[in-house]
Design a protein around this ligand. Sequence first.
Ligand code: KIV
Ligand code: NA
Length: 267
Amino acid sequence: SGQVTIKTLQQKKDAGKKITMLTAYDYPMAKAIDKAGIDVILVGDSVGMVVLGYEDTLVVTVEDMIHHSKAVTRGANDSLVVTDLPFMAYKVNDISYTVKNAGQIIKESGAQAVKLEGGSEIVEEIEAINKAGIPVMGHLGLTPQSVNQFGGFKVQGKGSAAKELLKNAKILEEAGVFALVLECIPAKLATRITNQLSIPTIGIGAGKDCNGQVLVTQDMLGVSTDFTPKFVREYTDLRQEINQALNKYKEDVKSGEFPNSEESFSN
Ligand code: KIV
Ligand code: NA
């Protein structure tokens, strides 16, 4: 189907076609997602929670993101690879530091774009990264890097907060983001934002009207062991599959059923 670019995503919105996006943190998963024809692979800082076992995303570093992004870009042929700027790699009142971090991620990993969380407070950083030639994806709503300000992982943009979120979405579009992730906000608000923006919206827990959808791959495959949010649909139960395989292996080794002669070398 050919290399997906930021232009492809805009064309999809303009043509009323849905955009597909999933996370990956390693080579085999990136390869599988790419082969399935998913438009965008996000190397999310969710790597901290999903594969590194931390409570939140705040501990993830630029080096972590580069390490995982390198593996993902090796597996991705056609999918657009977007990498998260982690907590404290930006929004630290130093725009050149932000651009340096974004540039390092792109240069060292081969990802094609970066994603930043936030609204009006990151406009100058978005513009500076764009100026360096790096496309930026936005992210509003339940932005996990702000978990401590929210007081937990809670739905955002309810009631009077809706207006502010819509305003920030417009500010981000104006600042030059090529697409906007909307996480965990009321479906009606996501519809309004999607209709009022020219750029595509990509929802997670944001209803059916976004121009695209994203999920954490381990969540939708039923691998994630901890809390699974209400907005996740589990398309399979790999936890169970893995558990069965591990137990079968254990039993086969203990009973001497594994390995058999075909799985052994002759003289
Ligand atoms: O890190 C991540 O996985 C994300 C998506 C949930 C949008 O930012
Ligand atoms: Na993220």
